[in-house]
Design a binder for this molecule. Sequence first.
Ligand code: HEM
Ligand code: SF4
Ligand code: SF4
Length: 510
Amino acid sequence: MSLALWRRVEHGFDAVFGAPLNPLRHLGALGFLSFWLLAASGIYLYAVLDTSVAGAYRSIVDLSQQQPWLGGLLRSLHRYAADAFVILMALHLLREWLHGHYRGVRRFSWLTGVPPVALVFASAIGGIWLHWDRLAQYSAVATAEWFDALPLLAAPLARNFLSDGAVSDRLFSLFVFVHLGVPLLLLFALWFHIQRLTRAAVWPPRPVGLGLFGTLLLLAIVAPVSSHAPADLATVPQALRLDWLLLFIHPLAEAASPAVAWALVGGAFLTLFALPFLRQPARAPVAVVDPANCNGCRRCFADCPFAAITMVPHPNQKIGKQMAVVDADLCASCGICAGACPSSTPFRSVVELVTGIDMPSAPIGALRQRMQRGLAALQAARPIVVFGCDHGAAVAPLAAPDVAAFSLVCTGQLPPSFVEYALRDGAAGVLVSGCRPGGCEFRLGTRWTEERLLGLREPHLRAEVPRERLEVAWADPGEDLTLQRALERLRERVRCAHDGVGPKPKASHA
Ligand code: HEM
Ligand code: SF4
Ligand code: SF4
């Protein structure tokens, strides 16, 4: 699977759900929701579970038979939420891997994402054992035999399953402990996983969350989960309805060998852990604060997607009470902080545009100069300025006799005042573009830009700026046509406004 193919699938889902409600753009958050569904349904199941070997099977079967509409449904929901968790986790891992998010400052998020994979399977397999039916028996024995292939234990684990008498209540309590303790560890690991992200999306948008809940509920109603016959260690379980998502390791160890299964699992985890240390790209210069131009407004602190900015007392209290400081190890060099800084306002009486925080590799002042030079070089009656992003659809191909195009590290690097600068400097219209919603390489760039331009977030685009001279188009790499069409719309609008023909068209956000 390549990133291009993943994007095609994602765009297909965008067409059905719309980009903001596309479940593929909320995989981590849906994973969290599955966890909470598991926890909520699991609390009820635990309350009715008889935690003895003799009583466990009966208590779960009774639950399904005597309370099909509450207990039975919750039992099925619990199982399907576990399946959903595994699918969502695998897709989330795949998406982050295809985007290369094991590199650079993402190393922490990547490495802390790996242990949860093992914890999810450990708690799911432990949950299957609690039914103590033939499937639980098969899984417990297969797990014991798998662990016995490791030269770790003096006595084989499998001897605990030689006869019904060998499975004591104490051993069963261990199963319960595994199934309750491991999810708590998982929750802690997931909390750790999102520590380096500002505003980590741990809740999906309500319609997306309800969609997942509704789907699992429907599955629980249409195909309720039922137990096999009770465990009987004197017989070998036959004709099992295997949950392949949770238990695939058993047939794998059986078909290959326990040693091969260990080699595959160990190899997969080693690869996941090693990836962030291989092929690290050269680091781009990180954001730099200019204390003389930082008044401590905290906007960069609020907008940084990677929690790389902290506020400290300002060395010059005449300028501000606080000052921003960048932690170079956490900075992703996205430039979103430079777009947030109010020092880029057009009303300052300084000759050179100096922001409180800036990217040494692409300073805001240099962008303004390039834009002025670019506009001056255009010989058209109604010139247009295009601002795009290095990670979205390329804006360079839009350059034309009437178009000057500029690509930023992230669209969030653009202070909204630049729309006004461009119009003041002679542009007839401005096109702002960036990755599709939920697709920003730096997580929050598209969202902050949209909110700033709509006047919902500081620094905002001033109300006096004529909106019909602004076009916004979100397009991922390869969607050149979307940008072309947005440019055509803007050209047409500024032509009508200039010639005074037709109804006054409105600005559009695509
Ligand atoms: C066990 C289930 C997991 C859950 C519930 C989960 C959840 C999340 C959430 C909520 C985010 C924040 C998304 C955002 O706001 O942008 C996130 C980010 C991330 N996750 Fe996971 N995750 C899981 C497993 C993994 C795994 C297995 C990996 C890879 C080994 C991984 C890699 C990442 C990375 C690299 C990010 C940062 C993305 C970015 O910076 O744009 N996660 N995860
Ligand atoms: S460049 Fe991006 S990651 Fe670095 S401090 Fe600015 S907003 Fe944060
Ligand atoms: S946005 Fe600019 S002025 Fe405000 S705290 Fe950050 S660097 Fe300082």
